[in-house]
Design a protein around this ligand. Sequence first.
Ligand code: TXA
Ligand code: MG
Length: 331
Amino acid sequence: MTLIVQATAENVAAAAERLRGGGLVALPTETVYGLGADATNDRAVAAIFEAKGRPSFNPVIVHVGSRAEAEKIVDFDIRARLLAELFWPGPLTLILPRRPDCNISLLCSAGLPTLAVRCPAHPVARQLIAALGCPIAAPSANASGTLSPTTPQHVVQSLGEKAGMILAGGKAQVGLESTVVDLSGPVPVLLRPGGVTLDELEMHLGEVQVETEAVNDAPKSPGQLLKHYAPKTPLRLHAVDVREGEALLAFGALKFMGMQGGGFAKQKLPPERLMNLSETGDLNEAAANVFAMLHALDASGANAIAVMNIPDTGLGLAINDRLKRAAGAQE
Ligand code: TXA
Ligand code: MG
């Protein structure tokens, strides 16, 4: 397969160029292969979900070259500094609050106020982050619901052309995804066991709560462990018009979207109450915009957010899943 290329200096530079242009690159890490995108580019991060065929937006780990780089995007406390000191670079992911000036796509956080950060040890991953000059968002490079890949061939089998370009870096040494620890609250929570063990964490942190699948035996999707982001303003889905006091989250052409009392939304709504996920009806663009626009409309003072119909295909599935959760959370 020509998709797989050796990680020569030239190919790493080409991969960085591809990322800079909003493309995807599968990269080796010491845990498993990741499907990477420029973490600051909303459209590129949306493309990850599209390629994996994820029916919902799970938050994505952001890979950095050093603790200093991570400290630019999330707030470290002394526990986080200690763990980073001990285990980075390596198979440990820390969930920390996003900094107010964080330039990482809101899609990486799936709308949450937190972000997962990891500094990988694999030299090729490190070279690629350095060549790009900014963090790389990367979930495991497999189709949703399938096993994580530990070789470039696994990536081809699972994603094929959708991986874009695969940098080969041998067999992933750890072979198991990173340990995920949530440090955003007062008590650390182990969300996913991995290369760094619970014993090791407890030794350095004291009490650690465990909320992983292994504990209660019942298979929980990682998404279920998350507190999902929901706006404070109620959502009204499948809206065909806009009511008094509402804001509008539009999708596609707006020409005929009317106000209930008469007139067209495009003319009558103040700009801060009208956002269009994608005027051309592009689902990738819509996915890239959905969290930022919900946040903005939530702050607009409207009494509700009317949401136009979004097709239930491709990334539309993930967008609708999220909108339904946001609407349901308020009932
Ligand atoms: O070893 C790894 O961690 C690999 C390599 C590529 O780095 N990546 C990986 O990513 O396994 P992914 O997306 O397959 O798994 C990320 C896990 C998911 O269970 C996700 O729900 C959780 O981390 N996660 C990410 N951000 C989170 C957040 N802000 N809050 C809670 N959980 C989060
Ligand atoms: Mg995964």
